[in-house]
Design a protein around this ligand. Sequence first.
Ligand code: AMP
Length: 422
Amino acid sequence: MTFKRMGLLPEILKAVDAQGYIKATPIQMHAIPAILDGRDILGGAQTGTGKTAAFALPILTILNENRHTSKARKPKALILAPTRELADQVGESFRNYGVFLPLETVTIYGGVKINPQISNLKNGTDIVVATPGRLLDHLGQKTIDLSEIEIFVLDEADRMLDTGFIRDIKKIVQALPERRQNLLFSATYGNDIKALAKDILKNPVSVEVTKRNAAADKVDQFVYFTTKNQKRHLLAHLIQEESWYQVLVFVKTKHGANRLAAQLDKGGIPSSAIHGNKSQAARTRALNAFKKGDIQALVATDIAARGIDLQDLSHVVNYDLPNVPEDYVHRIGRTGRAGKSGIAISLVTPEDKQHLQRIQRVLKHTIPVKTNGTFKPVVQNPHPISSYPEQNNAAKTAGKPQQKAQPTYRTGAPQRRRRRSA
Ligand code: AMP
């Protein structure tokens, strides 16, 4: 189905065309007419399904119809997102899809100065995209007035609950007018989401594009069995041998992210880590370098990776399996997006076997196991030289180069992309 007969404004069709979209994705096909009809929506859709356009296009259409132009105008649509990255992307999407319309979007989130946000709000806006914490700061300081909100969107609602935002959401809902249209999107549909949906939505249309808790169809999933010691070598080997040029690697901890990115980088795979301890500027820099292809592997924790929009992502790797099985579905949703196919690899150690079983129970199928015939385990030096000071000294005095415990990666095919800048 094309976008033409859905009742969207010509200016929006032009913008959609400029984005290169030809057909509406399933969520867009079902949600757009229902939203234009004024209905509340319960959307079962994860990132990568085109859900942002599914709500942004009709919202822009509705708001443009009753447009106010005064500088003192108050926002009419509020979109709540769980992370700064997602808020940024959703804000960008509204600007892109609304490029031929005179509607303004302001994005507000924490970790950056509040004053520019205040002045943006003062200049009058139609759409606000926000993370809950900073929005509450604005409400507390009375620098935002939500009394004229007509459409309220909770994006990635399950993420929002995972991050403990439920109280914040409830406080925000209290600041909204009773009469409004509500749209709730969530990749998973546990009891807490059901309760929230019951609280917020009125007689909603249910739009579901992925089976509940089922991974995207377009993603080929594989498991490699390995050990803790060999994991990073196997990963480097796969990246190089199979020339993966854009791989998102999930790890459990911030420290682990830094360490793995440094190790891959040292082994000739340009890599960067993103996690909660990095500043917003550093995260954006790493993300942009990754999108441009300057960085081949982006190593991320779940929290940092939430909501980041990456197109054409060929590979997602679960370097550490997620603690919560539903996170597996979210993670692999980063690949195989909007009709493109992708590959999701999980590196599983004997310690992870139970985790894997839990994930497979949620998926309701087993993940095929792969072996890599050309990977030869890297033998680690069992006694790092540094633990034998007298030998170190002997090696030095003999003028011999000091042996390093750091292994070199054996490679197959050459890398497709190299770092263009340091
Ligand atoms: P989302 O699920 O909103 O994160 O969107 C995932 C990606 O799909 C984004 O990069 C969009 O630009 C892209 N996208 C959204 N709708 C379409 C469409 N109808 N055709 C092609 N790509 C799309």
